[in-house]
Design a protein around this ligand. Sequence first.
Ligand code: 5GP
Ligand code: MN
Length: 321
Amino acid sequence: MDTRTAAAIKRCIEEHSTFLITSHINPDGDAISSALILLHLLLHLGKSCRVVIDDLIPKKFDYLDGVEEIKAFESLREDEDFDCVISVDASSPDRLGRVRSCLQGERAVINIDHHASNSLYGGCNYIDAGASSTAELAYAVLSLWPVPVTPEIATIVYSGVICDTGRFLFPNTTAEALDLCSRMVEKGAAPSEIAGYLYHRNSRNTIHALAAALSTLEFFFDGSVACIHLHNMMDDDIDTEGFVDHLLSIEGTEVQIFMIERDANEYRISMRSKSNIDVNEVARHFGGGGHMRAAGCVVKGSRDTIKERLLQVLGEQICTV
Ligand code: 5GP
Ligand code: MN
């Protein structure tokens, strides 16, 4: 972190006393970990602090210390006030769902993120697109004070990094990320225990849903694009995060797509890229975003029309690289 940003964040946190921490809808491990790192920091500093995310927190994160402090948007009272909002891992205010309304008014806003497309909506913006995860940045913020790093905090930081680096497989697996995780293991994070919590507790229904999704596998553009889809499954115990990553294992594919029906005629799209094809550009075309090699969007329409439009935009990307 450059010294100016460090000084600005330090001053902003020290000057304020009541905080709201928030992150993006459809929260992933990085969003949740980043929010909890800052919660632990603010509690250590004796600040009053609430964490609100406008979505359900997947059950697999139940081992993270403080996760029960993350509340739903409905828990916010009309008269509740904060003098500072800290937003993590959210590239723009609309990613915050209904919590974006809390950014209005006189409140100070600290925006911490690693998306290159971040719209710099904070009064204080700490954006580093070269960072593996927002958790890495949140840890750098925590380290501005002499906070003891407990095994609980180390577990949270380690979890954020492994979730966003796809267990140290994606190109954002930097030396800094590995070094940070090594230090977190020294402080008490237990890699195989964390892997057990995150990856070895799938419900049977999740694996049945994965089987159903994989059975729809299709290829386009001479095999360079792989696509799977899933109908809306109303079951709460189905977790589809990571389904798209299974397609990365297919030789010769460059872009991987997972389409899941969210509502009648509405699909959430997850995309990955193994090459220079920029799926963030494709997602942005449909009002979404993300990173060059991992991006998503929500699109209305029938599955066939959405797929056709996606492939058309992807085709243009494929031609330009
Ligand atoms: P995933 O495919 O794992 O849901 O998301 C991959 C990346 O794309 C993440 O960095 C996530 O923040 C971003 N992303 C996913 N969906 C959306 C979306 O609807 N809008 C924006 N702006 N980013 C998204
Ligand atoms: Mn992230």
